[in-house]
Design a protein around this ligand. Sequence first.
Ligand code: TXA
Ligand code: MG
Length: 331
Amino acid sequence: MQTKIVTLEQGLEEAVRLIKSGEVVAFPTETVYGLGANAFDPNAVRKIFEAKGRPMDNPLIAHIADISWIDRLAVDISDNARAVIEAFMPGPITVILKRSKEVPDEVTAGLDTVGIRFPKHSVAREFIKACGVPLSAPSANTSTKISPTSAQHVFDDMQGRIPLILQGGECEVGIESTIVDMTVDVPTILRPGAITADMLVQVLGKVKNFDGKIIVAKAPGMKYKHYAPSCEMVVATSEEIASYEYGRQFGIGNNPVIIAKNDFLQGLDDPDFFHFIRLGSSDEDAMRNIYRAMHEAQEKYNYIICQDFGEEGIGASIMNRVNKASGGKRI
Ligand code: TXA
Ligand code: MG
């Protein structure tokens, strides 16, 4: 068998055709290169083990191109697991979840759990998406060899054993993904990686590290509030609510301020009555100014009312920080 290295532009169609006909294809991810096959096709998955010379009792990770794909692979997904998925995917993390019946034994080595990873690398994402099915993929090296971080590494090791390698440059992260088992009482890191125990603790409150040590959040509340201003902060879901809450806080002797974009400020009943900090007109403006506004607000005022930026795009990224700052308090 001849092994080709091709770019996504040259080779996407052929790569997808190979996957659909039950063959294996090597592809880049931000951690290391993987050797993929259709995760729902047991015969294709067996070819991975053959090409690598990997023992069949070592389970494979299923790689997805959208978070919604998880529901076909896993069941009984806890809120904690969802929080980890939300916080770190796409990215260099694999979560272990309870498998669904659709996942073949060849993928999980007969375990009742499955490892799921949503890579960030654009070539991986485009390729998996075009395949339309999750790809089971171990690192694209023969068993016991070093994991490959370039297409050339894959070629040197697996030449003649696989038909195609998608080119995706050098891997940015360079070591395999963090694996965290979300099926046990205390989420447990089975393999450390770029997503660290400290990062997981911020989302989960408590994790068991790969060395068996339990790590807990340093202070209660850290789980949600780690970008918190020194005074109380709430998120107002509308202009009316912001106006009302401002008046109420003012009435009980507090010194409130409203943080919002221009259009929201214009929607307040009587703009002259309020103290406010402008974030600008676009979401990009708001993103750039949000921390500065929080700094200013905590210095001059003692109660912050922040606008809701919604759940889409940059608005959602801003809300991620705002929710942490407000401890998720919405009015
Ligand atoms: O960064 C990565 O994770 C790379 C890229 C290609 O995504 N993949 C990778 O796969 O490192 P692999 O097969 O070389 O390592 C996967 C590890 C193995 O140690 C395997 O035992 C473990 O994940 N694993 C897979 N499924 C598991 C499961 N259900 N429970 C526990 N461990 C699992
Ligand atoms: Mg490996």
